[in-house]
Design a protein around this ligand. Sequence first.
Ligand code: SF4
Ligand code: SF4
Length: 439
Amino acid sequence: MNIFSSVAKLHLESHKDLEKASVLHVLEDTKVAKVFMPAVGPNGADMNVLVKAGDPVLVGTKLAVRKDMYVPMYSPVSGTVAGIELVYHPGLSRPANHIVILNDGKNTRLPDALKVIDPETATKDEIVAAIKEAGIVGMGGAGFPTFIKYQGVKNIEYVLINGVECEPFLTTDFLSMQLEAKEMIQGAMLLKKACDAKEVVIAFKVHKNAVKEALDACISCHPGVRYVEVPDVYPMGWEKALIKQVFNRTYEKLPAEAGVIVNNTQTAVAVYRALVKGEVLTHRLVCVSGDGVKNNGNVLVPLGTLAREVVEFMGGYAEEEVVLLPGGPMTAKAAEEDGFPIQPAIGGLTILKNKIHHEVPCLRCGNCTMHCPAFLQPVEIMDALERKDEARLAKLNTMKCVECGLCATVCPSKIDVSENVKRAKRYLKFAQAKAAAKK
Ligand code: SF4
Ligand code: SF4
């Protein structure tokens, strides 16, 4: 099925001030007294915590390892462990245990925290093992462990570096690709070797001349790397849409079925720094934007810094009542508070004035169905959810929703359609698990 044979794409007002986005703001390490590192995985899985209150730590000290799969987490600062605290986790929408570290601001590094490899001689298995040991997770929003995409894969032709950043407001990939083009390409070359791909393709949206200039300056030294510009439509950054656009290929479950592995631009940079320089991830770029914050811009912050401190660094909130989205406005769910820490997958704090939209009854206009890139019928899914009709929800392929938020954006009745579809997914998952347990 051609995912773009319908109107399942939409040009959205970008709200990206590219001039402002090209300026790097730096929140100095010495200004962050404490960092908070989650003692749970992004899916809520527990971690084995390896440190205790009073322990000294250096940049690169291993703090914890996920229990469900081997994903280590390292200290981004040097200092002392203060203990474990319950802190709001926006991905889980609830408080969760976090390791609190009192930052001494000295940035003292643990020598040999990560073993470096030689990109020329390392085998593909060695590269994958090094990515795993570095605890690298996707920095495009999902936080999925990177090594899993590469472990044991076969028949991969392309590594697709996704710098599309299709949601309004977000611009960290745009800045990273300008400042870190060389490292991104070198990281992508390692990823290419890790899966025996024949080519690296870097994708970003049209009209990003600064990115083109940065890539043109270094791409020629790397045979087997090229870039493509893709249309400025949403959700072009969704892997399925991007693979269709760039390679005219489609797949059912995973991009590898189409011979492609997709990684975010900043993930490629993290791979290079970890594997070649031996550096654990200590900072990330965060795009602070929207009409609810005094100054918009991209800030480099130590991981574990509270969102509230990042907002304060950018001048504070513009109003008393705002909506804070840890991510972009299409996919992120409003945070209940701003006392949550920045983690590798949080690249944006979108802060909007709290405009109250009055929802009116569904007009049955069909807009949500026409625009759904996953070819779902959101209005029917909402009806089935209201009737708690599991069989109908399953028949409507509810679980295929990619949570892009487009249905809510196009709804003239201001219904939060995507949130309702997400609820339907949760309901169906729960109902199916309950039925399976009875068997
Ligand atoms: S949020 Fe889900 S149902 Fe809504 S348009 Fe996106 S994929 Fe379709
Ligand atoms: S877009 Fe909104 S009003 Fe139109 S059918 Fe969907 S839910 Fe109803």
